[in-house]
Each structure stands twice: as structure tokens, then as C-alpha cells.
Design a protein around this ligand. Structure first.
Ligand code: ATP
Length: 598
């Protein structure tokens, strides 16, 4: 297709805001497209050279360089370009205007340009791709030279849209939904094929690819489209409820309840030894997780597969989960091998969408689970999300609390017969999270009552402390959390020294605990601790039955700050104070709507 056809279409699109007109303009464009360039036509309309998840570099021509290029391509000085830009406020129109003036002033140029080969969509696309891929020394000049060449070849109208495209200011007012509608009308046999194309786009998130299949193989092929390794599938999303009975009713009385891990969603595509990881927003995040790539190569026992799971941050010393913010460290570009060591992760898999040529998206969850079990060689750092088939609301509640206790966000309850609804939020998956979040603003002072042996470089030594709050009424200490984070090497030596000094062979009579540590101690030492939030816990005895029957309060992601040798155990934070903190810091989660930045 000639680029001038696209430029003319852009001009017509610009002149309308009616969705119906936009659709019919696009549909007539698609009818004229060739099988070889329809994908590029679609990408141009989307304002991009390729789908965003390609992870390719930007074109990399700044406004300053655009001004320089327009000047070089038209023979007007940079000052003249800038002045006109100030007047028109749009570099695209500046380029168009100056090209017209140039053509008018030189009869010879008109002669040359009319005899020159016209630009095609593929020409413009491949030149811009070439420019985007130029890197390293001297690339700036090379980019300008190549771009100037392109502008010289372009007609005034084409130059206008090329410049706007490079600036990222095409703004045609056309979204994916309009493109899909136009594809349905032009190539799908009518508007009624829109849902089929939509579904296909959810399974292969690449509208250019969908357009190409449609023009080459028709709507019948689109109907049976399968996931393709390397093209992300839009993630299935969950609805939200907070009553166990209602949740079970929604999934037909019985469902698979899974831990809801608090990390980063990962869609892992594997083909032989090539592995790509896509994020929830379909970005290619492979470079952040070389360790996950390695695990996927080793533990996915299929030649080709697409699996989904959550990447969670681990504490390197205790092996416990860490807040998802820890994954931010993985965004750094340098020293990735050091970062991998400092911020280890685990993968908890919860779905499989494709395996060795077979699409599983339309199979029921129960069957997909069997495939997952069959094709994943489970390891502590690469395993299937913890799950349980549940039909009893009380059991669901218990499992929910267990998940919270382990530092997770709650549960996702899934219908056993549910298919994988790519790109859709529905009732086949229901998230059950805490309704409230009790953020910890202040530190608390807690009493050391026991310890657990560490692992890795903490092997053979106590690496985690069992801590308790004080209950002055009964004069006892009730456990509230285990802390294994925040200790420096010398803090750990000190912890071991103090445990050695106070260790006893049985639970101290003033300690109330449901947990059995490796070593019990006399309540003597106090340490200052901060955590992410106060949370409900089925294991700890602090504030037992105060918020909910059979449930105590715990600290999520606690961290050691310092010893408080100025305090006696009876000066530690009391149970009553903790309960007050819990209620005071309660915040309804919905009001802050998960502002996850990942
Ligand atoms: P949403 O993803 O529903 O738009 P959100 O970004 O706030 O909302 P969450 O409320 O955290 O996400 O819930 C959904 C996310 O939970 C999933 O996208 C996934 O990353 C994560 N998750 C953790 N464990 C599971 C699991 N077992 N099954 C499905 N998703 C899980």
C-alpha cells in the first residue's frame, strides 16, 4: 500500500469524531490493504512501530533533532523552523508547510519529486525500524541522515504524519476497539464477527498479527486461534468478594482455593531453551529475572509451554516471603547477578495455557491443573501455588487465615469447570482479600520468648526470633510474630548470645503460645520492631478472640530495628495497645485501590 493512502486516511480520521464514521473510514482502508503490509498499517494506526511488548527501542528522535531534520530536509534554517513551530504549535504542520514552500520555490524539485518512486507503507515502516535500531557511537548523526532522507522523499502531507508519528503525537482518536470493529466489517464478514476478533486479540495480543491472519486465512482461522509462543495472552482477572459463603455459591458450591501471593504476575513462554516473561501489563520483563528464565528452562518439562504464576520476593536468610516492593530492585539494569543474590525470588504457578501444540484456554481449570502438575517439576523456588479444593465456608476461612499468616494477600477461589477467559474479569476467579489493612506507622517493643534455627548461611545458628507482647492483666506474654529480617551479622551474633543466656528446655509458664520454636527462652530481652501492617492470624495468641473468634493479631513482614535494653519485659508494648493500634490504623482497602506500581 502506498503511504499516501495511509496519510490521506489519517487526514480524514482527523476530521471526524463520530465513532461510526471512524470505523467506516478504517474499514475502507483495510479493504485496500495488502496481506504483506496490513500489520504495519495497523501498527501505524496504533501510533507504534510494533506491539508495545516487543521491547524494542524507541525511534529516539527528540524534538530538537526533528527541528534539525526538517531544516535539513527542506533547506530552511533551524531558526525559521522554530519560528514557524512557535506560530503553528505542531511540528507536523511545520514540516508540511515548509515542504510545500520548497516545492513551490523550485520547479526542478517538483520535477524530481514527481519522477521519484512513491513511498510505500513498508518503506516508511522499515526505515523507521532501522532508525530505532541504530545505537552506539555516531548513531545520532546516522539517525538524522536517514530520517532526512525519508522526509525528502515524502510529500508534504506524508511528511506531516511521519513527523507526528515520530513525535508520538498522531492522536487519531482511534482505539483498539474501533480497529477491531473496522476489521470485522472489512475482512470478517460483518460487525457480528467482532466478538470473535476480540477473543482472538485476547489470546494473541497483537492486532497486526490478527489483521494478517484475517486477510490471509479468513475469519474461520480467527475462530480457532490458539496462543502462540512469544505473543502474550491477555491475563484473566478476578472479581472480588469478602464472604466465604457467597464466594462458594458463586463458583457452584465447590472450588479450588489458592494462596493469593503478593508479587508480580508473570506469564512465562518457553520454546526449547528460549524463555520470555511477560508482566500483567504485557511488558517483556525477562531481563529482570534471569533466574526465573533458568528455572523455567529446567523445570518446565515440555518443549513448548505458556504458564502463569506470581513471582514473589524472598528473604534470602529465612526463605520467607517479602513485600512485593522488594521486586523493584529487579528493575535495575546493572549488576543483575548481584541483585539476584540479594533479592532472590520464587515462582508460584497457577495456570497453564498452552503445551506442545495444544491450546488449553478452553479446557476446564481442573484439567489445566492436571497438565500443570504433569509438566512442572516442582522445586521450593518453582512450584505450583498452594491450593485446596474446598466446599465448606469455615474451611475456606481457615485456609484464608493460613494464607495471611504466611505473608500472602488472601486467596483466589476458582471455579473447577472454568475456562481461561483471556483478557476478561469474571466470576470464574474470585479474589478474597482482607477488607481492611492496618498499616503500621509506629514501631513496637516486643519480648524475645524463643528462636528458630536459620538456613543457608545462618545454618546451625538461630536466625529467627519468636516475639511476644505483654498482657499486664494476666501478667503473661502472648506471641505476635516471628522476626528474621533486619538483622546485621553482628545483630545475629548478639541474638544468639542472648538466646544462649536465657534458653530453657520448655515453654516459660508466663508465655502463651500455640507455636513451638526450636528453642524456648525466659522472657527477658526486649527488641524494637516495625512491620508493614498488623494483620489477623490463626497462629498467634496476641489479642486472641478480640477482633474475631479463634484469631489473633500478627505483624506482617516484621523487621528488627534495635535492642531496647532500657526496657524490662513488662515495659514492652501491651496487648491492649496493639489492639488499639490495629483499629486506629485500619484503612478500607477499596479507598486506596491497590496503587501497585509494578
Ligand atoms: P486485578 O489484577 O484484579 O485488576 P489488582 O491489580 O489489584 O487487580 P489483585 O487484586 O492483586 O490485582 O488480584 C489479581 C492478581 O493477583 C493477579 O493478577 C495475580 O498477579 C495475583 N495472584 C496471586 N496469586 C494468584 C493466584 N493463585 N491466582 C491468580 N492470581 C494470583
Amino acid at each position: 500500500m502506498l503511504f499516501e493512502v495511509l496519510a490521506e486516511t489519517f487526514e480524514r480520521l482527523e476530521g471526524t469524531s463520530s465513532r461510526i464514521t471512524l470505523t467506516s473510514i478504517l474499514a475502507s482502508l483495510f479493504k485496500k490493504a495488502d496481506p504483506d503490509d496490513i500489520d504495519k498499517v495497523i501498527y501505524f494506526i496504533q501510533g507504534s512501530l510494533w506491539p508495545s511488548w516487543y521491547g524494542e527501542p524507541e525511534i529516539g528522535i527528540s524534538e530538537k533533532l526533528l527541528i534539525k531534520s526538517i531544516s535539513l530536509a527542506t533547506g530552511f534554517s533551524e531558526n525559521e523552523v522554530e519560528n514557524l513551530y512557535k506560530k503553528l504549535g505542531d511540528l507536523g504542520r511545520v514540516a508540511e508547510n515548509l515542504k510545500i514552500r520548497k516545492t513551490q520555490s523550485t520547479a526542478l524539485t517538483r520535477f524530481i519529486s514527481s519522477s521519484e518512486k512513491k513511498l510505500t507503507v513498508s518503506d516508511v515502516h522499515s526505515t523507521l525500524v532501522k532508525i530505532a535500531r541504530m545505537t552506539g557511537e555516531g548513531s545520532r548523526d546516522l539517525k538524522i541522515r536517514t530520517f532526512v532522507g525519508l522526509l525528502q522523499q515524502a510529500s508534504p502531507k506524508e511528511a506531516k504524519y511521519i513527523v507526528r508519528f515520530v513525535e508520538g503525537r498522531l492522536r487519531l482518536g482511534v482505539g483498539d476497539a474501533t480497529i477491531i470493529e473496522a476489521l470485522a466489517v472489512a475482512l470478517g464478514g460483518g460487525e457480528s464477527s467482532k466478538p470473535v476478533i476480540e477473543k482472538a486479540y485476547n489470546i494473541r495480543a497483537d492486532l497486526g498479527e490478527i489483521g494478517r491472519i484475517l486477510i490471509r486465512e479468513g475469519i474461520e482461522k480467527i475462530k480457532i486461534i490458539t496462543p502462540s509462543i512469544g505473543i502474550p495472552v491477555r491475563p484473566m482477572l478476578a472479581e472480588r468478594l469478602s464472604d466465604p459463603r457467597e464466594i462458594l455459591d458463586k463458583v457452584g458450591g465447590k472450588g479450588i482455593a489458592e494462596f493469593k501471593y503478593d508479587g508480580e504476575r508473570a506469564q512465562i513462554h518457553k520454546k526449547d531453551d528460549n524463555v520470555i516473561i511477560f508482566s500483567r501489563r504485557l511488558e517483556n520483563i525477562s531481563h529482570q529475572y534471569p533466574d526465573v528464565i533458568e528455572m523455567s528452562r529446567k523445570y518446565i518439562k515440555a518443549r513448548e509451554a505458556i504458564v502463569e504464576g506470581e513471582i514473589v520476593a524472598l528473604d534470602p536468610d529465612t526463605g520467607e516471603y517479602r513485600p512485593f516492593q522488594e521486586l523493584m530492585h529487579r528493575k535495575r539494569k546493572h549488576d543483575i547477578s548481584k541483585i539476584i543474590e540479594e533479592y532472590p525470588v520464587a515462582v508460584r504457578l497457577f495456570d497453564i495455557l498452552y503445551v506442545d501444540g495444544v491450546s488449553l484456554v478452553d479446557r476446564p481449570l481442573i484439567e489445566r491443573r492436571e497438565y500443570l502438575i504433569k509438566y512442572i517439576e516442582q522445586r521450593p523456588e518453582f512450584s505450583i501455588a498452594e491450593y485446596k479444593e474446598i466446599s465448606d465456608p469455615d474451611e475456606l476461612e481457615k485456609f484464608f487465615l493460613k494464607s495471611l499468616e504466611e505473608g500472602n494477600e488472601g486467596l483466589v477461589i476458582k471455579s473447577l469447570s472454568g475456562i481461561y477467559q483471556a483478557g476478561a474479569r469474571g466470576w470464574l476467579w474470585i479474589k478474597y482479600k482482607r477488607d481492611y489493612k492496618s498499616e503500621m506507622i509506629d514501631t513496637v517493643d516486643l519480648v524475645l520468648v524463643g528462636g528458630f534455627y536459620g538456613r543457608g548461611k545462618r545454618g546451625g545458628k538461630i536466625g529467627t526470633a519468636l516475639l511476644a507482647a505483654y498482657d499486664p492483666e494476666k501478667d503473661v506474654f502472648r506471641t505476635i510474630c516471628k522476626v528474621g529480617s533486619g538483622f546485621s551479622d553482628s545483630d545475629l551474633i548478639e541474638l544468639n548470645k542472648r538466646i544462649e543466656q536465657t534458653k530453657i528446655s520448655h515453654r516459660h509458664p508466663r508465655v502463651v503460645s500455640e507455636i513451638e520454636p526450636d528453642v524456648w527462652t525466659v522472657p527477658k530481652y526486649v527488641m524494637e520492631v516495625i512491620g508493614a501492617e498488623l494483620t489477623l492470624s490463626p497462629l498467634h495468641t496476641c489479642c486472641l478472640d478480640s477482633v474475631r473468634k479463634g484469631v489473633g493479631i500478627s505483624i506482617r513482614f516484621p523487621r528488627f530495628i534495635r535492642w531496647r535494653d532500657d526496657k524490662n519485659p513488662e515495659d514492652a508494648t501491651t496487648e491492649k495497645e496493639l489492639l488499639e493500634m490495629y483499629f486506629k490504623q485500619l484503612k478500607k482497602i477499596e479507598t486506596e485501590q491497590t496503587e501497585k506500581t509494578i
